[in-house]
Design a binder for this molecule. Structure first.
Ligand code: ATR
Length: 282
């Protein structure tokens, strides 16, 4: 029987997930469907319940439902619990719903496998302390970064966030603060996890943050460089990347959880990049 999967979001019409999972299924010969489902902002639960009751096997969850999905899940993976957000749901053998978070591992895979970065011993700045940032902290620590600083417009949120991850092994030096607290520091990797790009703005970070050879990464993606990527190039980043690879890698990890088959992502990422460019020019 064909297994059914979906992504829930609002809005959801422009989601690339059905395309990505369709390509994964084709590549690995899996008998499954994957559709985009719009849920009203105040009733994720009702729509998710109906989907699983009608035979749905698993779902991805995107903005604004990652916290609703955390509450909806019967069981959570430790990384989803610490991230405080769920982007992947899976129906278990006893019909219980398992919640996981593959965003952070998707980010780290894109950085290491696709962009070829060695994160061990690196000084990393995470800009933002919302849902997107929360999922990234644990996988970055696991990847062996030496120092992780979280800077946020509301610094209290960054401080609360690092408290959750103190004492995790391997240990990284964790710090939190506002924009001013960054003055005089340098980083090997700066990741934008704010939603500032959506309004076309860039957090007012001081100049001089990029160490020689440093990389800038925006979790957002677009056919053209995001405002954060343009800013980073102007102020000395050696390399800049958007988050399209993270989107593909988090999807691959979810696909693996559901199907126990790991799709090959390099070709898919390339295909998606071409499509994005065609859409922008068409
Ligand atoms: P998400 O789940 O997508 O991360 P979120 O939880 O609303 O969304 O978090 C958005 C993040 O972007 C927060 O870190 C937010 O900063 P605050 O905690 O101070 O709200 C940050 N953010 C949004 N717009 C911003 C802007 N224009 N400048 C700087 N930071 C911004």
């Amino acid at each position: 029987m064909t297994d059914t999967y979906a992504v829930f979001g609002n809005p959801i019409a422009h989601s690339k997930s059905p395309l990505i999972h369709g390509w994964f299924a084709e590549q690995t010969g899996q008998d499954m469907t994957y559709q985009a489902l719009l849920a009203p902002e105040d009733d994720f639960q009702g729509h998710a319940e109906a989907f699983f009751a009608e035979g749905g096997q698993g779902a991805n969850v995107t903005v604004p439902f990652k916290l609703d999905a955390l509450v909806f899940a019967d069981k959570l993976s430790p990384r989803a619990r610490r991230a405080g957000a769920v982007n992947t749901l899976q129906k278990g053998q006893n019909e219980e719903i398992y919640g996981d978070n593959t965003d952070g591992i998707g980010l780290v895979r894109d950085l290491t496998d696709n962009l070829g970065l060695d994160l061990k011993g690196k000084r990393v700045l995470l800009v933002g302390a919302g849902g997107a940032a929360r999922g990234a902290v644990e996988p970055l620590i696991n990847a062996g970064v030496a120092r992780l600083k979280i800077a946020n417009r509301t610094p209290e949120k960054a401080q609360q966030l690092i408290k959750i991850f103190h004492g995790l092994q391997p240990e990284a030096e964790l710090a939190a603060g506002n924009w001013d607290s960054l003055e005089g520091s340098q980083f090997d990797l700066i990741i934008n996890a704010t939603s500032a790009s959506l309004s076309g703005s860039v957090p007012p970070l001081p100049r001089g943050l990029f160490a020689p050879g440093a990389v800038a990464y925006d979790m957002m993606y677009a056919a053209r460089p995001t405002p954060f990527m343009s800013w980073a190039e102007d102020v000395g980043a050696s390399e800049v990347s958007d988050g399209l690879g993270m989107l593909v890698e988090q999807a691959a990890e979810a696909f693996f959880l559901w199907r126990q088959v790991r799709p090959e992502t390099t070709g898919i990422l390339h295909r998606l990049r071409m499509l994005l460019q065609e859409e922008a020019h068409g």
